[in-house]
Design a protein around this ligand. Structure first.
Ligand SMILES: [Zn+2]
Ligand SMILES: [Zn+2]
Length: 248
C-alpha cells in the first residue's frame, strides 16, 4: 500500500458544518483541524486502510505547515487509537482489535444512557430545536447518498454529550464516538448497505422531548446494539490479516 496523500481540500466556509456544534475555547488550529478531518474521513471512506503509512514530510509540504504541526495531528489520532507509531515506519493507520472494539461500544452504552438521561432533563426548547435540525440534515445527507453520512451521524452522539451538561462525559464520549467511526469503517459487514438509523435518532429525540426518560434510554441502547450488529468482527479480521501481510 502506498503512502497516503491527500490534496488540500477546497476551502470550505467554516460555517458549513454547523459552526455552533463546536465552539472550542482553546481554539484549535484550523489547518490542524482540516488535516485531522481529512484523515479521519479518508479512514471512513476506506481510502486509508489499516497499515497505510502517513507521510509526515509529504503532508507538511502539501498543507504548507510545519512537520511539528502534522505530528500534533498524528498525536491526536494516536490518542484516539486511529494511528500508531512504529519504529522505522513512522505513523501508521491502526486497526483496533475486536475486543477493543467491543469495549468501545460497551462503554458507549453506559455513557450514552447517562447522556440521554441528563439531556432529557435539562435540554431547553432551543436545544431540542437544534437536535431536530441536526437529524433533518442527517436525513437529507442519507437521501442524497452522501458518503460522509456515517461521519455526520456520529456527530449526533457527540452533540448529546455536549448537551447533557457533563463536560467530562462529553469529552470521553467524543473520543469514543471518533473511535467508533473508525471501528465501523473497518468492521462493517461487507455487501451490507449502511443502515439508515436516522429514524432511531429521531425516536430518541422525540422520547427525550416528551420526558419519557427510561424509554429514551432504551431506544438509545437499542440503537447502539443495532449499530454494533452491523459489524462483523470475525471475517473482516481475516481480510485485514492478508492486507497486513501484503504490506510486509
Ligand atoms: Zn447514531
Ligand atoms: Zn434498530
Amino acid at each position: 500500500m502506498s503512502t497516503f496523500r491527500i490534496a488540500p481540500a477546497k476551502k470550505e466556509a467554516p460555517a458549513a458544518r454547523g459552526a455552533d456544534a463546536r465552539a472550542p475555547q482553546r481554539g484549535p488550529d484550523p489547518v490542524e483541524e482540516e488535516l485531522y478531518r481529512l484523515i479521519a474521513e479518508a479512514i471512513v471512506l476506506k481510502q486509508l486502510r489499516p497499515g497505510a503509512r502517513l507521510n509526515e514530510a509529504a503532508l507538511a509540504s502539501q498543507f504548507d505547515v510545519s512537520r511539528a504541526r502534522v505530528r500534533r495531528v498524528f498525536q491526536r489520532l494516536a490518542e484516539l487509537d486511529f494511528v500508531e507509531f512504529k519504529l522505522n515506519h513512522g505513523a501508521l493507520i491502526r486497526r483496533p482489535r475486536p475486543d477493543e472494539a467491543r469495549a468501545v461500544f460497551a462503554t458507549r452504552r453506559l455513557l450514552e444512557a447517562e447522556a440521554v438521561r441528563e439531556t432529557a432533563k435539562r435540554a431547553t426548547p432551543k436545544d431540542f430545536a437544534r437536535l431536530r435540525k441536526f437529524v433533518e440534515a442527517e436525513d437529507r445527507a442519507f437521501r442524497a447518498k452522501d458518503s460522509t453520512v456515517a461521519m455526520l451521524s456520529s456527530q449526533f452522539h457527540i452533540l448529546l454529550g455536549e448537551l447533557c451538561g457533563n463536560s467530562v462525559l462529553a469529552r470521553i464520549l467524543s473520543q469514543l464516538v471518533h473511535r467508533s467511526v473508525l471501528i465501523q469503517s473497518l468492521y462493517h459487514r461487507q455487501n451490507q448497505p449502511t443502515p439508515c438509523l436516522v429514524h432511531e435518532h429521531v425516536e430518541v429525540v422525540t422520547l427525550m422531548e416528551h420526558k419519557k426518560i427510561s424509554e429514551a434510554i432504551k431506544a438509545m441502547q437499542h440503537h447502539l446494539d443495532h449499530l454494533e450488529e452491523t459489524l462483523d468482527y470475525e471475517s473482516l479480521g481475516q481480510i485485514d490479516e492478508r492486507l497486513a501481510r501484503s504490506l510486509g
